[in-house]
Write a protein that binds this ligand. Sequence first.
Ligand SMILES: C[S@@+](CC[C@H](N)C(=O)[O-])C[C@H]1O[C@@H](n2cnc3c(N)ncnc32)[C@H](O)[C@@H]1O
Length: 440
Amino acid sequence: MDLPSSDSAASVLIETLSHDGRGVARLGGKTLFVSGALPGEHVGLRYLRRRRRFDEAVATDIRSPSRERVRPVCPHYGVCGGCSLQHLASAAQVAAKERALLEQFAATARIAPACMFPAITGTTWGYRRRARLGVKYAAKKDAVLVGFREKHSSFLADLDRCDVLHPSVGQLLPALRDLIRTLSVHRQIPQVEVAVADHATALVFRHLCPLSPLDLQHLLSFAHSHQLLVYLQPAGPDSVHLLSPNEGRLCYSLPEYGLEIEFLPTHFVQVNGEVNRKLVSRVVELLDPHPDDRVLDLFCGLGNFTLPLARRAGGVLGVEGDAALVAQARHNATINGTENAFFEVADLNDPSSVDGLCRTGFTKLLLDPPRSGAPQVVRQVGRLEVERLVYVSCDPATLARDAAELVRKQGFGLEGIGVVDMFPHTAHVEAVAVFQRKGP
Ligand SMILES: C[S@@+](CC[C@H](N)C(=O)[O-])C[C@H]1O[C@@H](n2cnc3c(N)ncnc32)[C@H](O)[C@@H]1O
């Protein structure tokens, strides 16, 4: 590809922020996405790529900084692809996410919500309790790199620290790098998964060939000196096991509901523990279950919402596609003494399994699907007879698409939407939306 050279003389005015956190300008009738630039700023830039319909560049100097610009905290900002909004003040990040959500509803669904709920926010640093760190042996340097992918490239950014990761791991990266270099299999470790619980931090080492007895000793002493739970993964996800069996368990609490949720380091858990606690309370408040309600919780995972809802509702059925998560959810119901929460395994992309749920009796519905949304569910939701529906989403585009179906074809009105700042300093938008069945 013919890449244009650096163009430090060119200066553009940034008009808006794109959904992935880049500044957007118009130059010569073409859209230009500029990393590191904010609306209202004049910036010098270097082109990265020219495409037919738009160009991509990176800001090289900020000639008139926005009042919302702040100095990025992280020394790897601009190189590491993990965060794209550290140069924007936290409150302005949330406002930008709210604008992005409203724009998505206007563009995709042509719906303006009657009300915008206050954004759910939390501590903006050290919040990340789940992550997958890439590992690479750099033969030229005879060193191991540990980190996330670089911006604009497929290389791994070599991180000394990560300020969005929970500090028990975010401050441990150099030690982790050194540990992996001492292992005989240092070339065959592609990743380390991180799972942080309330009172323990787990690292899962994926290894592509067997570990030696000395490797196991190194891992054990690393685990002890840093008070970590070390798991090994020699093959697929089912092969994950603790290095020292019976050493500990992972759990997070939802104190407002007197619940402890146990999980394994490979299970889905909401990335931000503090924001998750607030989100659970918001969902319960918005769904407002009563003892005469039967609630359906679709995409329920390990019971994160199901069990709190069961504290107020007559009964809750959680449905989830991953059988291991359903087994964990049942276990969580047992250890919490919850007798009115039930769980089923079903593929909710399969119209026939959604059809099977259309038995009468559910009064309220919670949806928390993956990024692809819940198209098969919303298409049949009219038959479920639920009066009220809360939708938690990690992708505004699919949320707006599903909202259009609910409002135009399934007889629901949109009561309100709100942003959940689950991933501060990234452009990732989590949202919650509430729908109420319209009267006859
Ligand atoms: C965003 S997570 C939410 C999990 C849970 N509500 C929580 O708060 O922890 C989405 C869940 O949907 C599940 N899932 C993904 N595709 C699915 C499908 N086709 N059918 C059923 N569940 C699915 C995933 O396994 C995951 O647990």
